[in-house]
Design a protein around this ligand. Structure first.
Ligand code: FE
Ligand code: FE
Ligand code: FE
Length: 162
């Protein structure tokens, strides 16, 4: 087997998160539709728009690398999104539905934060300043979304569910 280095790992992980973002982009409107809280629905809709920009940033990075933008199946995001789907099916109309949706959405954000944090540090190691900047912009959006979701959970949704 050829000796794979950090460049290979960076590209493979970029493909992983590219696949994941596309799946997330498809799921967010379904989660928005399922949410009963207006605040939660608005948060999902806002992040759907941001996700479109995040996909474009990843495409810019593929371009910087001179590689075609191509996803590679991410089993982790498939599993996290499947759990979210299960909540939507099993808690339809229930008081705890939004609490479950929030938990699923935060699992998604935490996966993304882990991936973007890693990619950013690898890009720095590989002296790819433009990629660092693009990855950092997305990382900041994912962290902010996670904070917003925590706030919604604490101020409204969990009390409703209890
Ligand atoms: Fe994202
Ligand atoms: Fe993955
Ligand atoms: Fe996100």
């Amino acid at each position: 087997m050829a000796e794979k280095d950090l460049n290979d790992l960076f590209l493979d992980t970029l493909k992983d998160i590219y696949y994941a973002e596309k799946q997330i982009y498809k799921s967010l409107p379904k989660m928005a539709k399922a949410a009963s809280s207006d605040k939660l629905r608005a948060a999902f809709e806002k992040h759907h728009g941001e996700t479109e920009g995040q996909i474009e940033r990843l495409e810019e990075i593929f371009e910087l690398l001179g590689k075609p933008a191509r996803g590679k199946k991410c089993d982790a995001i498939e599993g996290i999104l499947d759990e979210g789907k299960e909540i939507m099916e099993e808690y339809t109309g229930a008081p705890a539905l939004d609490a479950g949706l929030l938990a699923s959405a935060q699992a998604v954000e935490h996966y993304e934060i882990a991936r973007y944090g890693t990619l950013k540090s690898w890009a720095a190691k590989l002296s790819m300043a433009s990629a660092v900047r693009l990855l950092d912009q997305t990382l900041a959006e994912e962290k902010k979304t996670d904070d917003t979701l925590s706030q919604i959970a604490e101020t409204a949704v969990n009390a409703e569910a209890a």
